[in-house]
Design a binder for this molecule. Structure first.
Ligand code: NAP
Length: 402
């Protein structure tokens, strides 16, 4: 298994950037950092799904060249919202991909879920520095993504706080001397709940993350701990270490964002307040360090730091993600698709909280997804579509029996 090679480019200012998913939680945090130092950035394109007002407002503020909304029916509204400016407006999935192909040096990939795959891949294929928040894209098309950066000379800069933390303390030349990667996780809002309590958990309760303020999909993934499972696969791909060298530890305070343990006994950690503007600032400035707006860590004010093993009987998603990684081939695509469908069904109150992992497990178990390597984006789309169909069937079956 390979790993990403990170070669520092010359740090030219202003850096030209594009933000895919600019109106979301990660996207807004990125825009906030850019907005504080406008001289350092030229904004090529901003992309949203539906949120025309937020997008137009950002585009004006950041003086973007192009604003794109994925929903084609929102084109007129976007055009109107940008009236009187020279900002180009476009809409539709093709326009999203076109935005990613525009020549920005640095692209924030922060569209949520599988919907962000194609644009992220396009940016990687043209050799951009891709700041990767959209972990689902990597989980589904890891091999294609890794090949894309290798062939284009581009780069994936990890933005997920755990992978960004590892990136900051990862000595690539000493990879052979790494004992293990330690991914930390807060444990989510249900870390102390019993299975009986979780069975009747509502979307509101699951969305209330104790430490991080995030979009709805990743918040639910944090509650099931599928988020940690997806991150497990992400760590394997980015850093090229096998599953047995990746450990997950529950660390309630979210102060240590992850660690690398070396064979000489040293453990290097990255610390900070739980604010995504820390890893985003790191990726936005890399290889330089820029000023970041996040609150400083005050050690004298910290609660004691605690570490626990995750409980995979209450959080089966961890085991499911590990199984999908070990199965390889198309299994991670099936895992991700079933999870996206099940999370949406839970948010729509069609299924209960514990059913999310049950649906994923059923779809994975019934899947005959090949274990041969994924060769093309078309294959990824076909496998995703099929798994979504199976997940919908499982949800319908489930609704009939409840
Ligand atoms: N939030 C965090 O703290 C965090 C931390 C680590 C990793 N991540 C990862 O970062 C990604 C984004 O998470 P988030 O929490 O920022 O999500 P979010 O708040 O839900 O934002 C998602 C963004 O994607 C846009 N979008 C949705 N569907 C789209 C489509 N089909 N085409 C184009 N744009 C689309 C949304 O536009 P609208 O606003 O118009 O809907 C929004 O800008 C996820 O993969 C997540 O796992 C997030």
């Amino acid at each position: 298994m390979g790993m990403i090679r990170w070669t520092a480019p010359s740090h030219e200012k202003p850096r030209s950037i594009t933000i895919l998913g600019s109106t979301g939680s990660v996207g807004q945090s990125t825009a906030d950092i850019v907005d504080r130092d406008p001289e350092s950035y030229n904004v090529e394109a901003l992309v949203a799904g539906n949120s025309v007002e937020g997008l137009a407002d950002q585009a004006r503020r950041l003086r973007a060249r192009l604003a794109v909304v994925a929903n084609p029916q929102r084109y007129r509204a976007l055009k109107d919202a940008l009236a009187g400016t020279s900002i180009e407006a476009a809409a539709g999935p093709e326009a999203v991909v076109e935005a990613a192909s525009r020549p920005a040096d640095w692209v924030m990939a922060a569209i949520v879920g599988f919907a962000g795959l194609e644009s992220t891949l396009v940016a990687a294929r043209r050799g951009a520095m891709v700041a990767l928040a959209n972990k689902e894209a990597l989980v589904c098309a890891g091999r294609l993504m890794m090949e894309a950066v290798e062939q284009s000379g581009g780069m994936l800069l990890p933005v997920d706080s755990e992978h960004n933390a590892i990136f900051q303390v990862f000595e690539a030349s000493q990879r052979h001397a790494i004992d293990r990667l330690v991914l930390t996780g807060s444990g989510g809002p249900f870390r102390d709940w019993s299975l009986e309590e979780m069975a009747s958990a509502t979307p509101e309760q699951a969305l209330a993350h104790p430490n991080w303020d995030m979009g709805p999909k990743i918040s639910i993934d944090s509650a099931t701990m599928m988020n940690k499972g997806l991150e497990f696969i992400e760590a394997n791909l980015l850093f090229g270490l096998p599953p047995e060298q990746i450990e997950i530890v529950i660390h309630r305070q979210s102060v240590i964002h992850s660690m690398v343990a070396y064979r000489d006994g040293s453990v290097l950690a990255q610390l900070g307040t739980p604010d995504m503007r820390v890893p985003i600032s790191h990726a936005l400035g890399w290889p330089a360090r820029i000023d970041g707006p996040a609150a400083r860590l005050d050690f004298t004010d910290l609660a004691p730091l605690t570490f626990e093993r995750p409980d995979s009987s209450r959080f089966p998603s961890l085991r499911l993600a590990r199984e999908a990684l070990v199965l390889g081939g198309f299994a991670p695509i099936v895992l991700n698709a079933a999870n996206e469908v099940a999370v949406a069904a839970f948010l729509a109150r069609r299924i209960g909280f514990l059913d999310i992992a049950r649906i994923v497990e059923d779809v994975l178990a019934a899947s005959s997804a090949p274990t041969a390597p994924v060769e093309s984006l078309q294959q990824v789309h076909a496998a995703d579509l099929e798994a979504r169909g199976r997940a919908e069937e499982a949800i319908r079956r489930h609704s009939l029996t409840n």
